[in-house]
Write a protein that binds this ligand. Structure first.
Ligand code: ADP
Ligand code: MG
Length: 480
């Protein structure tokens, strides 16, 4: 039928616009490296902020005592306590809770948001049980993972550059977020000291490094996306402070805001950006992260409904409404292995209240998910390889990056085995969307070549950011 042909034409046109052949990925890798250099050279030198984290030592296992962490992501926040026992004991005991962020708080005032968080944290602290021992009558210490771009002014303070991931809380941009948290804690009567303010990527890097010294890069693929890595401090031209003794510094790239003309952009991406709370910002994030991919699929389906009547008339109101199709919905459809694609049918019903679709239609919906997922996974791989290239771990040259960055930097690594590089990954998208993970891994291997790829391991570091913040609180604590 004509309608079906029109749908297929829309699908093919979209697929072509989303194409990510390896040649294009290489251009993106190179563009990312150029932007990384520019961002390190001067403030405002690039869309990539390349923020120095003030983390110049990473945990090495010697950390001891009770530490708390608070992780404010995009969808949830998590509280955690951990009793660290040094090299021998390692993580003696750990407890963890997750609280979803009530939607209205994303647009509430800064005070309201932080007071809500402080209250939840206080109630968690009140439930501290057996096996956790604070040192003497010192205040408990907290590592605060804050997954938004921050201009760090010290290891335990920094100002919010701007909200991302749909947050718009008044009064916070330009202000010290630790002060917001400390004022809220004081208000709810919680005695606690913030000893480290870290980005979630930096927390993930620290958490990964605690167990594996080959971890050089950490990436988040969750609601949003970001990456950090270990840079040589003397390569950060915009750094005015003293060079740290380790001559290393973790850089928070804020790669969500990366853009290059080589990135494939379609009408669906343009519409999504225009309707977002931050048009023109976070372009890379809008192509590859969990907050947005489902809505890209929805926009393509809407075009098929409008121009080719794919679901019949009238058009379902929910199909016209942004964010009714989440990325978990998308991955459920894309993971559908039933012969009649009944999970696709179920999601169409749940998300849009559309029923009675034919198998042909469901196949088309499935293919739209496939195209968006493949593009996202492959673009994320270009990001991974860009960072590896910047630190000389992509096999193309003798880069000097990737310092050991431990407090006891000893002369080692003289063995002849090739250097291993571990990329610590975290985030619900990477964790739960198997096909996205596969596209990411496959394109990484294509870009690096089989040989180099054998020594680059992409590993899930689940909730590394929470424990990593606690570890950084410990390694930067005055009481260590
Ligand atoms: P945050 O990024 O807010 O810290 P997470 O790392 O837990 O939180 O990521 C949550 C995000 O991961 C969700 O917003 C969603 O986009 C994505 N996600 C969660 N589960 C799935 C899934 N099954 N398939 C695809 N994406 C998922
Ligand atoms: Mg997170």
């Amino acid at each position: 039928r004509g309608q079906r042909a029109k749908c297929l034409a829309i699908l093919e046109e979209f697929r072509t616009a989303c194409a990510t052949p390896v040649s294009r990925l290489r251009q993106i890798v190179d563009a990312l490296v150029v932007e990384m250099h520019a961002g390190l050279a001067s403030d405002g030198g690039s869309r990539l902020k390349m923020l120095p984290s003030f983390v110049d030592v990473l945990p090495n296992g010697d950390e001891k005592g009770l530490y708390y962490a608070l992780d404010l992501g995009g969808t949830n926040f998590r509280v955690l306590r951990v009793q660290l026992g040094g090299k021998e004991g390692r993580v003696i005991k750990q407890e963890y809770e997750e609280v979803s962020i009530p939607h209205r708080l994303m647009a509430a005032s800064g005070q309201e948001l932080f007071e809500y968080i402080a209250k939840e944290l206080a109630s968690f602290v009140n439930r501290e049980g057996e096996g956790f021992r604070p040192h003497g009558n010192q205040k408990r210490e907290l590592g605060f993972t804050f997954s938004f771009p921050v201009n760090q002014t010290a290891i335990n303070s920094g100002t919010l550059v701007q909200w991302t991931k749909g947050f718009t809380c008044d009064g916070v941009p330009g202000k010290n977020v630790v002060q917001f948290l400390e004022e809220a804690m004081a208000k709810v009567g919680l005695q606690m000291k913030v000893t480290a303010l870290v980005n979630d990527t930096v927390g993930t890097l620290a958490g990964g490094r605690y167990w594996n010294e080959d971890v050089m890069v950490a990436i988040i693929l969750g609601t949003g996306t970001n990456a950090c890595y270990v840079e040589r401090a003397d390569a950060i031209n915009k750094w005015n402070g003293l060079l740290p003794r380790s001559n290393s510094m973790v850089i928070n790239t804020e790669w969500g805001n990366f853009w290059s003309s080589h990135l494939p952009k379609t009408y669906a991406d343009e519409g999504l950006d225009a309707d977002s709370v931050n048009p023109g910002e976070q372009g890379f994030e809008k192509l590859i992260s969990g907050m947005y991919m489902g809505d890209i699929v929805r926009r393509v389906l809407l075009k098929m409904a409008q121009e080719a009547d794919i679901f019949g008339k009238p058009i379902a109101p929910k199909l016209m409404q942004p964010y009714t199709l989440s990325t978990p919905h998308m991955s459920k459809m894309h993971g559908d292995e039933t012969h009649d694609l009944r999970n696709v049918a179920k999601v169409l019903k749940d998300a849009f209240n559309i029923s009675g679709t034919s198998l042909t239609v469901r196949k088309i919906v499935y293919m739209v998910c496939e195209v968006v997922c493949e593009r996202g996974g492959r673009l994320a791989a270009a990001g991974v390889v860009g960072i590896l290239k910047k630190i000389g771990r992509d096999g193309t040259g003798a880069g000097a990056g990737g310092q050991p960055l431990s407090r006891s930097s000893s002369a080692k690594n003289v063995s002849s085995r090739p250097r291993r590089t571990v990329v610590a990954m975290d985030g619900g998208l990477y964790e739960h969307y198997g096909k996205f993970r596969e596209y990411l891994q496959q394109a990484t291997t294509e870009l690096l070549g089989e040989e180099v790829a054998k020594n680059v391991l992409i590993e899930l570091s689940k909730d590394g950011s929470g424990i990593g913040a606690a570890l950084l609180a410990a390694s930067h604590s005055p009481s260590q």
